[in-house]
Design a protein around this ligand. Structure first.
Ligand SMILES: NC(=O)c1ccc[n+]([C@@H]2O[C@H](COP(=O)([O-])OP(=O)(O)OC[C@H]3O[C@@H](n4cnc5c(N)ncnc54)[C@H](O)[C@@H]3O)[C@@H](O)[C@H]2O)c1
Length: 390
């Protein structure tokens, strides 16, 4: 009989944004239990949250360091299998590195780390440990995103010529970071956020979505990063021209000053024999324009979709599925990959897909390339980001 996996969480304390989303996504899998956590920078508040969500006092840890030591001491049938890192960005590297080195599997939020030097070091540690590492570029968990990728891989668009990805939000259109908003404060602080603002926070999602769906490998880019809100040390608006191996072209825009916009992430791919468009705020639909026929509206759950799009779908057609389901699909992928390891199986089911450490590392390189390009007087900057790993 298959046992449920045990997870611990670092970050996601009271008032946090994405930690509670991860907890709901875990619960939706029905395969992973949260049994331990060091949830907050404030030990007392972190412990309180642990007790509130039903953890034992012993495993509601005051710090991630205490959790690491205590979990290593537990018997193998008790200790956590994986740790989930949902702190502000600057803590991803030390936490993910320490847990990987100790032999725990890791699910880390994006952007993976601050620098590619850290990313390469983490890669060495994870390879030596032989552990699994996932990065929650969660938009790739949507069924219709997987459908788009499968259609492109299957040649339905012919040769991909052009791809346009946009991620527009408006919540940082004013100086929210100076009005007590925690999420805005660390995102606009280079010491905690890293070298980029909007480009790192949401531009890295956008490039991961584009490269995962199209399979294109980035060759060069030309970036314009700008800060509109006075006094903000990092970019809040990014426009990037993209050149891919094989000649395809692309455009990426990521903005957090797009007044009024919510989570307007969209992707368009134009090929020699057809085109596709998908939008995060209407995730159950994918529009397909074949060159030789009328426009088609593909919908989640339809039996005409690819096996992996169907595997990622949970409800009958017409019932809206969304962000949490897609997020949870990343965890289902992780769980299935771990079950396959435990059972010594090479064959893994269609759902066992998730963005991995290399996707995370490519995201970090893309951020560095973009900042380098924005500061350069050269028109084109060679890219080190590469394509997707799945
Ligand atoms: N995948 C996504 O769609 C998505 C969305 C939002 C945020 N994120 C990423 O998730 C991470 C967290 O973002 P957020 O918006 O939830 O931030 P947040 O500020 O809302 O929450 C961060 C949490 O980490 C805790 N924390 C800080 N230092 C800690 C420490 N030393 N030990 C334990 N906990 C500590 C804080 O107390 C807080 O509870 C970031 O890396 C961000 O980029 C990803």
């Amino acid at each position: 009989m298959r046992r449920r996996l045990r997870a611990g969480m670092v970050g996601g304390g009271p008032g946090a944004f994405i930690g509670p989303v991860h907890r709901q996504a875990l619960a939706l899998t029905g395969q992973i239990d949260l049994v331990a956590g060091a949830f907050s920078s404030d030990p007392g508040r972190g412990r309180e949250l642990g007790l509130e969500i039903g953890l034992t006092p012993e495993r509601s840890y005051p710090s991630w360091e205490a959790m690491l030591v205590a979990e290593q001491r537990l018997a193998a049938d008790q200790r956590i299998d994986l740790v989930i890192v949902v702190t502000p960005n600057h803590l991803h590297y030390p936490v993910a590195r320490a847990f990987s080195e100790a032999g725990f599997h890791v699910v880390c939020d994006k952007p993976l780390v601050h620098t590619s030097v850290q990313g390469e070091d983490l890669r060495r540690v994870v390879e030596a440990a032989g552990t699994l590492f996932a990065v929650t570029y969660n938009y790739t968990g949507y069924p219709m995103v997987r459908q788009a990728r499968d259609m492109i891989q299957g040649g339905r668009l012919g040769t991909v010529r052009r791809s346009v990805v946009q991620y527009h939000q408006g919540w940082l259109a004013t100086g929210l970071e100076r009005q007590g908003n925690k999420q805005a404060a660390w995102r606009t602080d280079p010491a905690r956020s890293g070298i980029a603002g909007a480009m790192g926070d949401i531009g890295s999602h956008a490039v991961n979505l584009l490269t995962t769906v199209t399979g294109l490998r980035l060759e060069a880019l030309c970036a314009d990063l700008h800060t509109f809100v006075p006094g903000r040390p990092l970019d809040d608006d990014a426009s990037v021209l993209l050149r891919f191996s094989g000649g395809a072209r692309g455009v990426l825009t990521a903005s957090q000053i797009a007044t009024g916009l919510e989570n307007d992430l969209s992707l368009q791919v134009f090929g020699s024999e057809g085109s596709l468009a998908w939008r995060q705020e209407e995730p159950n639909r994918l529009v397909f324009w074949p060159a030789d026929g009328p426009q088609q509206l593909l919908t989640r759950g339809s039996p005409h979709l690819s096996p992996s799009a169907l595997a990622a779908s949970r409800l009958p057609t017409g019932h809206p599925e969304g962000f949490l389901g897609a997020f949870s699909n990343i965890y289902r992928g992780v769980a299935e990959a771990l079950f396959a390891r435990q059972e010594g199986r090479a064959a893994i089911p269609e759902i066992a897909q998730f963005p991995d450490l290399m996707d995370g590392l490519r995201g970090v390189r893309m951020i560095e390339d973009t900042v380098r390009s924005a500061h350069s007087r050269e028109k084109w900057t060679s890219a080190s980001v590469g394509g997707p790993s799945v």
